[in-house]
Design a protein around this ligand. Sequence first.
Ligand SMILES: Nc1ncnc2c1ncn2[C@@H]1O[C@H](COP(=O)(O)OP(=O)(O)OP(=O)(O)O)[C@@H](O)[C@H]1O
Length: 249
Amino acid sequence: MTALTLTGVGHAFFGRTVLSRVSLSIRRGEVVALVGPSGCGKSTLAHIAAGLISAREGRVANHYRRHAMVFQDPRLLPWRGAAGNIAYPLELSGMSRRERDLRVRQSARMVQLEGQDLDKFPVELSGGMRQRVAIARAMAIEPDFVFFDEPFTALDVALKRRMQDLVIAAARHNRFAALFITHDLMEAIRVAHRILVMHHKGQGLVGERIVDGEPGNRDDASIFASMQAFLRSDIAFAHVHDVDERRRT
Ligand SMILES: Nc1ncnc2c1ncn2[C@@H]1O[C@H](COP(=O)(O)OP(=O)(O)OP(=O)(O)O)[C@@H](O)[C@H]1O
């Protein structure tokens, strides 16, 4: 059962091609990481897949009911507390106060937000806490598909791991499918069932790997060994850690 299919997707900004011939398919409940160097077009692809921008070429077929998005910047409303931010999309959907409060509590618990933190405004929360609120807000609408666009890039290593574990647990618990964009191969191997590698100039996908085992059941040694193996044995992975987007021009 497919959740999302892109066929021959291409895009250009102001006449400059940034994506071409990208095709991919994600099954229900499957977490797929999309890796590639900075500037190769990963975010543009996610925006097209989520319907935020229209592709110049190709087709997008969504078979999910409801999607949520989590970005690197948590994008919280500064004048609302954490609970108010989580509740916001539920309010827009017209949900009753009682049901909303229940959903807010459930999704806050999922990302381990404590009672007192729920009253704090974004400015009073740490970067990690703000990102937890953003994840809880995404989970509150009970999505069956989630777009993660480099959600943890700005966080330190220990916090990043904790946040990855939250996503893994939430994906398991809520059984959503996801497209998880990152340029951190280690992160991709931790969170995903499958990894897709994008061409460094957005010209299609150049590699694909199924990661052994289930997300959450892989130990650090096996994650590190997988990363070494991918980097050594597959030329497609060689440019994943390149971060000079100027190479595009
Ligand atoms: N709104 C826009 N207008 C013009 N050019 C854009 C726009 N958005 C992205 N681009 C360009 O398209 C290319 C792909 O950008 P995109 O953000 O999709 O890459 P990315 O792989 O997600 O990069 P990063 O990993 O650094 O976030 C880049 O050259 C970028 O400058």
